[in-house]
Design a binder for this molecule. Structure first.
Ligand SMILES: Cc1ncc(COP(=O)(O)O)c(C=O)c1O
Length: 383
């Protein structure tokens, strides 16, 4: 089947104020850290934004009933999850939601737990809100990362009031199984720990595995869970600033509203318009994106296996991010060494994964091929 959308098109992002590209605009370095994609968003979404621009009035906004219906319908149709419109709290970003969650649960001196490596804001949000941070390393079972249940039990003190979960997981690429999530949810329920489930990557699953929202697993889990979702990763619209929390428990929801009051700005008109268009019109594009990303992933993993000795990779079930163990290369500063060879990756240190790097493969195949060739050269040229 041919592709209706062109993911091979290389779009020059220099000069557009791109967080990913700005640091390298004066150089020839390929930026592959920051998690946005180098693809244009679905044309249907771009058209919806154009229509909104043409209206010409950009006042304070609220989610329209049709946007709310679209999100509720998406949860029902894609995940079989019945969401009450009242449970939805709109946010200008998901990182904001992680910070608000840390502020909403417990008090200063309480602790927040998470499993590492993990997306860096999980590590900074607790401290931003004067909570202690308790981290427990994920462990390898064969070549798959999973929770270390014994270590979780051992590290858990009575101060822990919140667990931050990333499902699917950035950066290790796992879609945790129903059993793993149920066990984690039970761990939290037994200890009166609120579970925050960041599901921003849930529509980027590359294997034939369905996404099961954590809160949809049981009514008890739903009452104990703050779910965070957004169209931003899937449809490549993080710059539009629109995310949402789903909080069935009215007490938790009230604390969440209280924690954001007066600080968190409203979502803008383009955020809402982009969100509705993404979920209402973006599915054909998303399907082709998944197929393109699968191709990139397969190419990348084969290249790493065959051409990058000393780089360890893992199965990538979801996301457009690859997590590599580069300790065997014995480089003092792998990220700088790779930049010197023309490719910028994320440093695992910021994820509490020193000795690892993360590569973003959400880009045209030609860009990925060039990035990997540069990595190969960097490895050949190491001292
Ligand atoms: C797990 C996770 N949560 C949140 C975000 C960012 O969300 P936002 O841009 O809406 O703040 C990312 C982006 O990489 C992510 O990987």
């Amino acid at each position: 089947m041919g592709m209706a959308y062109d993911f091979d098109r290389v779009i020059d992002r220099k000069g557009t104020g791109s967080e990913k590209w700005v640091p390298f605009e004066e150089s020839d370095v390929l930026p592959m850290p920051v998690a946005d994609m180098d693809f244009a968003s679905p044309p249907e979404l771009v058209e919806a934004l154009r229509e909104r621009v043409e209206h010409g009035v950009f006042g304070y906004a609220q989610p329209t009933p049709s946007l709310v219906d679209t999100v509720i319908g998406m949860c029902r149709n894609r995940y079989g999850w019945e969401v009450d419109p009242e449970w939805v709290v709109w946010l200008p970003g998901l990182v904001c939601g992680i910070n608000v969650t840390c502020r909403a649960v417990g008090g200063p001196g309480d602790a927040v737990m998470t499993a590492v490596p993990v997306y860096p804001p999980f590590l900074t949000a607790p401290r931003n809100m004067k909570r202690e941070l308790v981290t427990v390393p994920l462990v390898l079972e064969g070549d798959r990362w999973t929770f270390d249940w014994e270590a979780l039990e051992k590290a858990c003190t009575s101060k822990v009031g919140l667990f931050l979960l990333c499902q699917p997981h950035n950066p290790v690429g796992r879609v945790f199984s129903r059993e793993e999530i149920e066990r984690l949810a039970a761990f939290c329920l037994e200890r009166d720990i609120v579970l925050c489930s960041d599901e921003i990557h849930c529509d980027l699953i590359l294997e034939d595995i369905p996404h099961r929202p954590t809160a949809s697993l049981s009514p008890e889990i739903a009452r104990n869970t703050i779910t965070l979702m957004a169209p931003s990763k899937t449809f490549n619209v993080p710059g539009l600033g629109c995310a949402f929390a789903i909080i069935p428990n009215p007490k938790l929801r009230a604390s969440f509203h209280q924690a954001k009051a007066g600080i968190v700005p409203q979502v803008g008109v383009f955020g809402y318009a982009g969100c509705e268009a993404a979920y209402a019109l973006g599915e054909p594009w998303r399907r082709e994106l998944i197929s393109y990303l699968r191709g990139n992933r397969d190419y990348l993993l084969k290249f790493v296996r065959n051409e990058l000795p000393g780089v360890e990779s893992y199965p990538i079930e979801a996301t457009y991010l690859a997590w590599f163990d580069v300790r065997a290369l014995e480089l003092k500063d792998p990220v700088t060494h790779f930049i010197d060879h023309g490719v910028a990756l994320s440093d695992g240190r910021f994820f509490k994964g020193p000795g690892f790097v993360r590569m973003n493969f959400g880009c045209p195949r030609a860009t990925l091929e060039e990035g990997l060739r540069r990595l190969r050269k960097a490895i050949v040229n190491r001292q």
